[in-house]
Design a protein around this ligand. Sequence first.
Ligand code: ADP
Ligand code: MG
Length: 268
Amino acid sequence: MSASPLLKVAGLGKSFGGVKAVDGIHFELKAGELLALIGPNGAGKSTTFNMVNGQLKADAGSIQLNGQELVGRKPRDIWRRGVSRTFQIAETFASLTVAENVQMALLSQDGLLFSIWRRAADHKRDEALSLLAQVGMRAQADRPCNVLAYGDVKRVELAIAMANSPKLLLMDEPTAGMAPKERNDLMALTKQLVIERGMAVLFTEHSMDVVFAYADRMIVLARGRLIAEGKPLEIRDHPKVQEVYFGSGKTFEKEMDKKSPETAKEVA
Ligand code: ADP
Ligand code: MG
């Protein structure tokens, strides 16, 4: 395996009106690495994600995937090159089965339209079942998505995001709205997929216990600028991070204690 990074972001910037949402950030991501992007609300995390996946065009800088420039490419082109993202199963598809939702994503990879899929319900079923097995959802393949438990829906969404065999998976707040047990299950599964597939993951997360438990490395944004980078324990003890994130005198540990005593213990 080559030592050069899978993703190389340099001088990346994006403004909205007068606001520099992302202000010249640099970071790299290697294959098989789980990188957490954290920062307070409005720090520029989602804007960064949306530039990497092509939904937003950068004003400045470069985003290279295996040395190839992504800035200026369409989202679909970027997806075909192996950059995927999780997104919520749309209401309209919730009545379809688990397997059908994954089959649609697989057909989309082949450039086929939903209307064609309609008449070919068996297309890609085996492939879909294999993806579902990888996320522990094979047994529920023929249930409609709208009867699943919330944590199981998230597993299906992960399977859908795997349809293009991504080199890089982007997850913007993947565990939002989940209970601590579900969060940990989802991140453990993500970590397992990272290891099995050698895939890289860039994710944002509000729950610091999840970040500290699962991230290999972290980068911290505040007001569009990258203020720190390092391993979770280095970041936890970083005074600048603690100050920008919580205001002076507060720490990750104290914030976690306030929120959820039992999950804070897991990390301590
Ligand atoms: P985060 O995901 O870290 O909470 P965002 O990337 O969503 O932050 O937002 C960063 C900044 O850019 C915020 O000040 C936000 O108000 C602004 N912003 C984000 N998207 C838009 C948009 N489409 N139009 C105008 N301002 C935006
Ligand atoms: Mg966001």
